[in-house]
Design a protein around this ligand. Structure first.
Ligand code: ADP
Ligand code: MG
Length: 228
């Protein structure tokens, strides 16, 4: 099962809308959070459960807004010539403590790579989104294999293989659609953001998955040529 995804048309429209709305929501959110913290302080004990729900739902709104803002061309986009292995290893460092708590280990193989013209923060976001999905697909823990290699002479390939629940064929077609999620607490924005970022880098993504066995996400990025 393999799907190559190109969904840029939907992405552009949603992106423009998202920017405006997300910024407008952020300010009142900050005020809400402040006052709820004040209330919580003065009502200690009695309503702890309610405050827990309020806090986690506010957190959820923040996650959605953060995902949205990435869609809408981030403020300071800075493309640089980078070693993807470095960007990847910084991201894995960031995630490894969280993964370890969930009984998940990373098996990492860095290939020898030429440089890539990329936005490091956006690429990090891509790696985070894919690895978080991999982690969430393995509720009993296990190993996530991450590797990089040269793909022919002109692309690098980053592979993220999990051994989780896998993706049914019917779901595979919908990956990257806004708000498409099969998770109770999902936003359905992670992959959409991921596809958009990779398309902006003139790369592409392939997914291979088998229900009950696991999922392989492969990212292809063009290598940097001096006179391109
Ligand atoms: P979310 O994680 O918030 O649900 P995403 O856009 O990241 O949103 O993913 C959309 C859906 O794609 C998920 O809800 C899940 O059904 C499926 N999916 C993505 N990655 C994986 C994976 N590694 N294993 C199994 N299912 C996955
Ligand atoms: Mg996700």
């Amino acid at each position: 099962m393999e799907e190559q995804l190109k969904k840029s048309d939907t992405l552009n429209v949603v992106g423009e809308l998202a920017a405006g709305i997300a910024h407008e929501i952020r300010n009142p959110m900050t005020a809400l959070k402040g006052f709820i913290q004040l209330l919580e302080g003065s009502m200690k004990g009695e309503y702890d459960n309610y405050f827990q729900v309020i806090t986690s739902e506010l957190q959820r709104i923040e996650t959605i807004i953060t995902d949205f803002l990435i869609l809408a061309k981030p403020q300071a986009v800075s493309y640089q010539i980078k070693q993807v292995n470095t960007v990847l290893s910084e991201t894995l460092d960031l995630l490894s403590a969280q993964a370890a708590m969930l009984n998940i280990q990373f098996d990492i193989k860095y290939g020898e790579l030429p440089l890539v013209h990329c936005e490091a923060n956006q690429l990090k976001q891509v790696f985070i989104n894919l690895i978080k999905n991999a982690i969430e697909a393995m509720p009993d823990g296990g190993i996530i294999e991450v590797s990089t290699e040269l793909f022919f002479d002109n692309h690098i390939l980053v592979s993220i293989q999990d051994h989780g629940i896998g993706i049914p064929k019917s779901v595979l077609k919908k990956l990257g659609e806004p708000f498409y999620t099969t998770k109770e607490k999902g936003t359905g924005l992670g992959l959409m953001v991921t596809y958009k970022i990779i398309e902006e880098h003139e790369g592409w993504i392939e997914v291979n998955s088998k229900e009950g066995e696991g999922t392989l996400f492969q990212l292809y990025l063009p290598i940097f040529h001096e006179n391109a």
